[in-house]
Design a protein around this ligand. Structure first.
Ligand SMILES: *[C@@H]1O[C@H](CO)[C@@H](O)[C@H](O)[C@H]1NC(C)=O
Ligand SMILES: *[C@@H]1O[C@H](CO)[C@@H](O)[C@H](O)[C@H]1NC(C)=O
Ligand SMILES: *[C@@H]1O[C@H](CO)[C@@H](O)[C@H](O)[C@H]1NC(C)=O
Ligand SMILES: *[C@@H]1O[C@H](CO)[C@@H](O)[C@H](O)[C@H]1NC(C)=O
Ligand SMILES: *[C@@H]1O[C@H](CO)[C@@H](O)[C@H](O)[C@H]1NC(C)=O
Ligand SMILES: *[C@@H]1O[C@H](CO)[C@@H](O)[C@H](O)[C@H]1NC(C)=O
Ligand SMILES: *[C@@H]1O[C@H](CO)[C@@H](O)[C@H](O)[C@H]1NC(C)=O
Length: 368
């Protein structure tokens, strides 16, 4: 039978849907950490020794330093950096030097070959001066200086010009991905603050995170990215949603199927009933039955008019809607009532009605 075929294929589809949903979700890739006080790692990042490669996006592999318990990022041309923080929503990562001398690593910083780029890129000029030079004006880079030489980094044009004419030696210019652009008032910096990087690819994960979802590959063999487990507006916790998929979804769809079958059976008789019921629900639209004959003009004219406020005519005190046009009566509006049953209506509404029907539209009593 046709209905049976349709039923079984819908059932199969529903089962397939519920279970493929579980298998393709990002549940397999839990958050990972190197230690309890290091930031949690999730897609697009992954920790190489602790997670499947399919839990992360290419270029976003991190590692744990087993001695210090810090999370490390390896940049192809610049070596290792400590991950100080990640904002998955804004797609930003803060990094620093594991050896506490970031300026030294800046000399060789090159982001090519990595998915990252600076947010605020600012150029600094490095100088090698004899110790004590301008020591009250400029901030030295201690970790690069020794007892005979002091190293300065400046992005101020004015300081650059002064140092260039001094006994200091110009070392190099470095473009630094700073967290905030330095203004001209800051004469020099020790450049030990974290670097701020961002990424464009994979895009869309920031948006997913901001909606409370989990970004990840659709399956561990595809590179199609999906945003799953976005909380519904009703705010069900994730575990509850699984319970609903299994507990309500499958029995629910069975009920739905049953209902569908029932409805299929009822469609014919429903349609038949509908054809009859419409005129009763829409007395103003339906053509009046031919056998009904309306009242003549003088009779309609003779019916009493009432100014609203003399509430005796309304069947219920709160019933302030004309039953014919369904719009509310206004204050002080003049209505017309049918003497026999004392039901009230707009004058235009009841006049038109009575010209076609001799009965009250509410109680169907003869209006004469
Ligand atoms: C850290 O330890 C894990 C095993 O616990 C090991 O697989 C990994 O290679 C180690 N990492 C380093 C950088 O030694
Ligand atoms: C990420 O940045 C946004 C916008 O600045 C901020 O609202 C949010 O709290 C940050 N998230 C974390 C985990 O710091
Ligand atoms: C970064 O490294 C790449 C590959 O070695 C090289 O082509 C590029 O010129 C380097 N960029 C800078 C600014 O040194
Ligand atoms: C500064 O100059 C001295 C002398 O030329 C040199 O020995 C030292 O390595 C230089 N320091 C840096 C950080 O370049
Ligand atoms: C600083 O200079 C003195 C005298 O020229 C020298 O003996 C000493 O080794 C130098 N110190 C460093 C760290 O180069
Ligand atoms: C270094 O930067 C300064 C100004 O920021 C510029 O005038 C100078 O030409 C640059 N030097 C080199 C070698 O790029
Ligand atoms: C995908 O995940 C399954 C386990 O869920 C694993 O058996 C399989 O090796 C993974 N495939 C790849 C390419 O990582």
């Amino acid at each position: 039978m046709n209905i049976l075929k349709v039923t079984s294929s819908i059932l199969l589809l529903l089962f397939f849907f519920s279970f493929s949903y579980l298998a393709t979700s990002t549940e397999l890739c839990k958050n990972s950490v190197c230690s309890s006080n290091s930031p949690g790692i999730r897609f697009p990042f992954w920790i190489q020794s602790r997670q499947l490669e399919s839990c992360g996006y290419p270029g976003f592999g991190l590692s744990c330093n087993n001695a210090t318990q810090k999370i490390l990022l390896n940049l192809p041309y610049s070596g290792q950096f400590i991950v100080q923080g990640i904002n998955y929503t804004t797609q930003q990562i803060w990094i620093n030097d594991p050896n506490n001398c970031l300026p030294k690593q800046l000399f060789s910083l090159n982001l090519s070959g990595s998915p990252f780029k600076g947010v605020h890129q600012q150029e600094f000029s490095f100088f090698n001066c004899s110790s004590g030079f301008l020591k009250d004006q400029l901030t030295p880079i201690i970790c690069l200086s020794d007892s005979n030489h002091t190293i300065f980094a400046t992005s101020s044009r004015r300081v650059f010009d002064v140092l260039l004419l001094s006994t200091c030696k110009f070392i190099t210019n470095v473009s630094v991905p700073v967290q905030w652009p330095f203004d001209e008032q800051i004469l020099s910096s020790d450049l030990n603050d974290d670097l701020l990087l961002t990424w464009d690819e994979p895009s869309g994960c920031g948006k997913c995170e901001s909606r409370g979802g989990q970004c990840g590959f659709k399956t561990n063999s595809s590179h199609e990215i999906v945003c799953s487990n976005v909380p519904h507006k009703s705010g069900f916790p994730r575990s509850a949603r699984y319970a609903i998929v299994i507990g309500v979804g499958v029995p629910g769809s069975l009920c739905l199927l049953g209902l569908l079958c029932f409805l299929f059976g009822k469609v014919e008789s429903y349609n038949a009933r509908r054809r009859i019921e419409i005129p009763e629900f829409n007395p103003t639209i339906a053509p009046p039955p031919k056998i009904m004959v309306g009242l003549d003009g003088p009779t309609i004219e003779s019916y009493p008019k009432i100014v609203l406020g003399e509430s005796w005519c309304l069947p219920k005190p709160n019933d302030n809607t004309c039953p014919i046009c369904l719009s509310e009566y206004q204050a002080k509006e003049t209505l017309k009532s049918i003497p026999k049953c004392q039901h009230c209506f707009h004058i235009e509404c009841i006049d038109e009605w009575l010209s076609l029907n001799a009965t009250c539209p509410i109680c169907r009593n003869s209006s004469q």
